[in-house]
Design a protein around this ligand. Structure first.
Ligand code: GLN
Length: 485
């Protein structure tokens, strides 16, 4: 079963008219997972029985005229979202058997709209990574080429959609973790504006940057999923109380007359030639669709990666202090007192990348270095945000590549963290600025790997980038391509 040629709305139509039942659809997903996941490892937990039971309930609701936006639709969520009764590991040994006593707000919202939750998706441990190689549950593989990474940290969320294992998924994006895997797997992924979606019940990585975002097979589904999860939540004080537009309403309005900016700092020499060619062709498509293309400048771009990794690691070191063997998950205690128990637990529970970041983050926050690193990074962050706000005075949206190369080989970068961090150059500035961005397929490399296009919008203007993405998707056929698995 593949869903790429059917939108959620079309599947809903079939479910409502009785041509298809949710149980049949869920069975097809489970069969697809069984047939492919030994190669992909996109799932950490598959909950077959619960999913089939939820599908049976959905079928009854559909027969009774239920109008939920996702009633009976099989979805899955990154294993960073708390789910009542399904374990939440966050890709870490330290949470290997952790079961949350409550659902994350976004999970509750999916369930309220009738979604069937099929399982929890693989990811880099605590969302730290760009390749989904840092998971206690093992490496995730790219459905287009299983020798390659799917991107990260929401690699499972993107691979599962690309492989047709489920219709849509949720991921999180702190510095690119929805957009970059979407780009590497040839699907659509959106990082909403900071504050657009509740993070209540989402395991925290870097709290001033984390956002929840949908991954889907097409732009319309991505818009629909965003509509389901977006909105103010009194349980998350960083969520913003402003109305959620109907993202489907103006989706088809096109881009004629829109001003699209190309930040010159994102079109540097050294960009992979396949990416350059695909993005340039996309620019041409937008021109033909009636958009006005202008060059703009985001002068502080060069500082983004350094600034991001300082802030993200500092916040991570603070957030991860809570895994002390007392309140959550794993405990190792060999009788060396309280400090010994902390040490043993954290030594055994965290993987290398997480440890590296806790150490670097703690260092950056320590007295004597705080001003030089953390405080400085916060100031640079403000400059980066101002770059974006200034540019959005001139243009409606920005167009850039998502990643400097297509999906790389498993193992190629994992021993060179700095190189891996540098590959986040085009995605982290958007999180630092707190605005929204999406990735959608815009080409294939000479080696047949998907290439993504990034559209960046004004704060809370998700509808604008979805509209522009939809126009591009209709004008091209890149998003119709699916991996042969
Ligand atoms: N690759 C980035 C990091 O490792 C982004 C991860 C994310 O967005 N969660 O921090």
């Amino acid at each position: 079963m593949k869903f790429h040629d059917l939108t959620i709305q079309e599947i809903r139509q079939k479910l409502r008219s009785g041509v298809l039942t949710s149980v049949e659809l869920t069975q097809a997903c489970l069969a697809r997972i069984k047939a492919t996941d030994d190669r992909l490892n996109a799932f950490i937990t598959v909950c077959e029985e619960e999913a089939l039971a939820a599908a049976a309930v959905a079928d009854q609701q559909l027969a009774a005229g239920d109008t939920g936006l996702l009633t009976g639709i099989p979805v899955a969520v990154k294993d960073i979202f708390n789910t009542l009764d399904i374990r939440t590991t966050c890709g870490s040994k330290i949470l290997a058997n952790y079961v949350s006593p409550y659902d994350a707000t976004v999970v509750a919202k999916l369930r309220q709209q009738g979604a069937v939750i099929v399982g929890k998706l693989n990811m880099d441990e605590f969302a730290m990574g760009s390749s989904s190689e840092n998971s206690a549950a093992g490496v995730v593989r790219n459905p287009w080429d299983t020798e390659r990474v799917p991107g990260g940290s929401s690699g499972g969320s993107a691979a599962a959609v690309a492989a047709g294992q489920v219709v849509a998924t949720l991921g999180t994006d702190t510095g690119g973790s929805v957009r970059q895997p979407a780009s590497h797997c040839g699907v659509v992924g959106l990082k909403p504006t900071y504050g657009r979606v509740s993070r209540y019940g989402v395991v925290a990585y870097a709290s001033s940057l984390d956002q929840v975002g949908p991954v889907a097979g097409n732009v319309e589904d991505c818009a629909l999923m965003l509509g389901v999860v977006a909105g103010y939540d009194p349980a998350d004080s960083t969520s913003v109380d402003c109305p959620v537009p109907d993202y489907l309403e103006n989706l088809k309005d096109g881009v004629a007359g829109k001003k699209i900016g190309l930040p010159k700092e994102y079109f540097i020499a050294g960009l992979d030639p396949d990416i350059k060619r695909a993005v340039e062709a996309a620019i041409e498509t937008y021109r033909q669709l009636g958009a006005e293309i202008v060059e703009v400048s985001l002068p502080h771009t060069d500082y983004s990666v350094a600034c991001y990794y300082l802030i993200a690691m500092a916040e991570a070191s603070s957030n991860l202090a809570r895994y002390d063997g007392v309140r959550f998950g794993l405990r190792k205690d060999i009788g060396k007192g309280l400090t010994g128990m902390y040490q043993q637990t954290r030594t055994a529970g965290f993987g290398d990348e997480v440890k590296r970041r806790i150490m670097l983050g703690t260092y950056a926050l320590s007295s004597g270095y705080y001003d030089a690193y953390y405080l400085k990074a916060q100031k640079v962050r403000t400059l980066i945000r101002h770059d974006f706000l200034a540019v959005f005075e001139q243009v409606d949206l920005l167009l850039t590549p998502v990643a400097p190369t297509p999906a790389f080989k498993i193992g190629e970068m994992v021993n060179d963290p700095l190189q891996m961090y540098l590959s986040d150059i085009f995605t982290v500035p958007i999180n630092l600025a707190g605005t929204c961005g999406l990735s959608l397929p815009c080409g294939l490399s000479a080696g047949g790997l998907p290439i993504g296009l990034q559209l960046i919008g004004k704060p809370f203007a998700e509808a604008d980038i979805l509209q522009a993405a939809y126009a591009f998707e209709q004008a091209t056929d890149w998003n119709a391509r699916v991996p042969k698995l």
